[in-house]
Each structure stands twice: as C-alpha cells, then as structure tokens.
Ligand binder design. Structure first.
Ligand code: SF4
Length: 260
C-alpha cells in the first residue's frame, strides 16, 4: 500500500517533468508577464477588491488581529515566540485530543506560504505539517517548480488534528485562525498557495467549489492567494495532476514576477 502510494508520488513528479516537455516549457523559461485575474471572495475576510498585482501590504490584517490584543500572543515579535506562547493551546475541543501541536515550518521570511487545512496522523505524531504521504508529494510538487521546503513556509489553518481526519468545524476554525493570521503578519508572504477546497473555503470565507476557486487569484490581506488540489487528493485522483501542474506553474510565474 505504502509503495503504491509512493509510486503515485513518483508518477506525479514524472508527470510534471513530462508536461514541461510537452508544453515546450521549462519553469525558468516561463514568460515574466502574467495576466492576473483578481476575484473577490464572496464573503471577504478583510480584503477589498483591489487589483492583486499592485497590493503589497497586509491590508486589514492588523485590524483583524487587533480583536485579540488582550491575548498574550498578540505582540509576539517572532514565530518562535508565538509558538512558545500558543503551543499549549486548549481553546477548542481538539486540544485535548492531539498528540502534538503542529505550528508550522519553513523560512520565516518566505515570500511563498503554503496553507493546508489541518494536521493528519503523521503530522500529529511528529508535530510538523505535511510530513506524511501527502507531505512527501507536496515536497515533490514544490521541487517541480524549483522550490525546496526550506524556501517556503508551510502551515495549516488548524494547529491540532481533528479526529479521524474529519473536516474542521466552523467554531474550530474561528478559534484557531487568528494564530494563522498572526503567522501571516510575521512572515509577510507575497503569495499563498492554498491546498484543497476545505483550506480554500475557510481561508477565503467563500462557498465556492474548488473548481471555481482554481484559476483565480484571490486577494487576502493584500496577499495573492492561489488555490489548488490538496496533495492527498492528487494521490487519490492522479488524473487531476494536469490541473495541479497548471496551478503550480502559475505560482512560479507569480513568484518570478516578484523577483523581476
Ligand atoms: S485547534 Fe487551534 S484553537 Fe483548537 S486547541 Fe488546537 S491550537 Fe487551540
């Protein structure tokens, strides 16, 4: 079983390379100019309908965080301090159920942030996001667009594992998401790659399907957000890899535009 799923990961890696060849593209040759379509989430969190390409500040994020100004973690000056202040959190029903708190990992100054919905079993064991089979595939997906895990910052909306990997409940998201907002305020990413429908709908406060979210560039707190398939879904549905590859190429082009 493990081997079969690993094979799927290898197949995706081969696929993305094959697709690069089929499309006559190599990532570094992607044209610098990217046509960005900015679509406002139907129920925006804090952002306003501003062209994504010209927004660089964390619009509205400080105001959103100010609601929590009496929390000990509100003034955390770094990710390390923030983690030390919240790693014992028991604010929702998931706290007593977890084995390990899963804060996040990666470059604290990353321009690209990867956000999933919640830890799974492997993450709960290790306290690190995206380390299971899906995480291994994520690592390969990032490599396909020439990123190492250490180049980006990886986190989830929830920091504790929901039992049996069920979807996060709205009150759990509401309780936990301020921690993610604080992480975003400290990291100040320019691009967020959101993995899966659950993460996308919760992060962007929209009821849109994954199909509708994909292909758009959302503006959340002034950060450009692209939504693609969760790697676990790609393990189950290898036919979706073509779409994932298109999404990944878009993120790479957006990143390269930042560097230009
Ligand atoms: S999921 Fe978030 S809010 Fe709930 S206990 Fe874990 S860290 Fe706290």
């Amino acid at each position: 079983m493990e081997k079969n799923q690993e094979d799927l990961g290898e197949r995706l890696e081969r696929f993305v390379k094959e697709q690069a060849s089929v499309f006559g593209e190599v990532i570094s040759y992607v044209p610098a100019k990217l046509a960005v379509t900015t679509v406002q989430p139907s129920e925006p969190v804090a952002a306003k309908a501003t062209p994504a390409a010209v927004v660089s500040s964390l619009t509205g994020l400080e105001e959103r965080l100010a609601v929590h100004k009496n929390e000990p973690w509100y003034n955390a000056p770094s990710l390390e301090v923030l983690e030390s202040q919240i790693h014992d959190c028991q604010k929702c029903r998931l706290g007593p159920l977890r084995k390990k708190f899963v804060f996040g990992v990666g470059n604290p100054n990353a321009k690209l942030m990867i956000i999933g919905e919640a830890p799974g079993a492997d993450e709960d064991e290790q306290g690190i996001p995206f380390v299971g089979r899906a995480g291994q595939l994520l690592t390969k997906m990032l490599k396909a667009i020439e990123f190492e895990r250490e180049d980006v910052y990886i986190a989830n909306i929830l920091k504790s594992r929901p039992p049996n990997n069920r979807d996060p409940k709205p009150d759990e998201v509401e309780t936990c998401e301020p921690y993610l907002w604080k992480q975003i305020s400290l990291i100040k990413p320019k691009i967020i790659l959101c993995l899966g429908r659950i993460a996308g709908t919760n992060l962007l406060k929209t009821n849109e399907s994954l199909g509708k979210m994909r292909g758009q560039v959302f503006d959340l707190f002034g950060v450009n957000v692209v939504v693609t398939y969760h790697p676990a879904a790609l393990l189950r549905n290898p036919d979706w890899k073509h779409g994932a590859w298109e999404d990944l190429k878009k993120v790479r082009r957006m990143y390269d535009e930042l560097e230009a």
